[in-house]
Design a protein around this ligand. Structure first.
Ligand SMILES: C[S@@+](CC[C@H](N)C(=O)[O-])C[C@H]1O[C@@H](n2cnc3c(N)ncnc32)[C@H](O)[C@@H]1O
Length: 289
């Protein structure tokens, strides 16, 4: 989508409330889902912190920069790409072109994982299809002592993953195909918990313009959205120790199929869980003891 031309910026200081109102109107008109929040986040980004609450006037050069950023968002560039970061649970992750922007719904999968790990010292965890590292890094951040392997295939995503994981020595990054039977084979039968948010959108599903900025390899999951879900489930089942668990995110319309896939991979106690919006978003199952 091509954004409309940026209106001329008056070379006089602007009142923050007026800038925000104008931006909110433009963002709403462009179909942005949360126009007020985005207008505020972009202004905070330009001014630094919460200066909008104390400033009575925004200097012309900051107004001009703000107008540019709003213009990019009106063109439906993801907010996180414009800011250069995405919040995920307690983390602030570096994001940009070439990597999937972590979504709030995935926080539910991590919440389930952390409940499962509660009280366990030094659990071994594998994050298949790691992207920015959101899942594996959140587990490392919220369960001290966890040892995490983050698996990613795509070279561009890997750059972001390495950058985000640099401060986490307990997270080891591996560039391999998560569906390859040789992947982390040395860990087969030993892993406490495998987590995956693979590409799962059924081919041809209408998606918001922001999703065009996510890499295709991160989004599209084949005709039924389950091509990679099936393959990573087989790999996960082999990695798990007896009694270990697997949790996999999937399209909200594919809960029953996901449970059948987990059972076909030899796992038991398959169950589908809702995300924060109440939609069936991920399924879990255990390797028999
Ligand atoms: C939906 S994104 C999830 C990223 C991250 N886990 C998250 O939740 O934000 C899927 C990721 O899987 C990666 N991917 C796709 N196929 C893969 C494969 N066969 N092996 C490893 N990674 C793969 C993509 O490059 C992308 O980074």
């Amino acid at each position: 989508m091509t954004a409309p031309a940026v209106p001329a910026v008056p070379a006089v200081p602007a009142v923050p409330a007026v800038l925000l109102r104008t931006a909110e109107r433009e963002l709403a008109g462009a179909g942005v889902a949360s126009p007020r929040q985005d207008a505020e986040a972009l202004l905070d980004h330009v001014l630094g912190g919460t200066a909008r609450f104390t400033l009575t006037a925004v200097p012309p050069e900051d107004s001009a920069r703000y107008r540019d950023l709003v213009h990019r968002r009106v063109g439906r560039e993801p907010l996180q790409h414009i800011l250069g970061v995405a919040g995920f649970r307690r983390l602030t992750l570096a994001v940009g072109p070439g990597v999937f922007v972590p979504r709030p719904e995935t926080e539910s999968l991590v919440g389930w994982a952390l409940s499962l790990l509660a009280g366990r010292s030094a659990p071994l965890v594998v994050d298949l299809c790691a992207g920015t590292g959101a899942i594996g890094l959140a587990v490392a951040a919220e369960h001290p002592g966890a040892r995490v392997h983050a698996v990613e295939l795509d070279g561009a995503a890997l750059g972001w993953l390495r950058r985000n994981a640099a401060a986490w020595p307990e997270v080891s990054v591996v560039r391999v195909d998560a569906t390859d039977p040789a992947t982390l084979r040395e860990l087969d039968g030993t892993v406490d918990l495998v987590l995956a948010n693979p590409p799962y959108v059924p081919d041809g599903t209408p998606v918001p313009p922001e999703v065009d900025h996510d890499p295709a390899i991160a989004v599209w999951g084949g005709p039924d959205g389950l091509t990679t879900v099936r393959k990573v489930s087989v790999r996960a089942a082999a990695l798990l120790r007896p009694g270990g668990w697997f949790g996999v995110e999937h399209d909200e319309t594919r809960g029953a199929e996901a449970r059948a896939i987990l059972a076909a991979a030899g796992l038991v106690a398959a169950r589908t869980h809702a995300d924060l919006a109440g939609r069936p978003r991920f399924s879990t199952a255990r390797r028999e003891r």
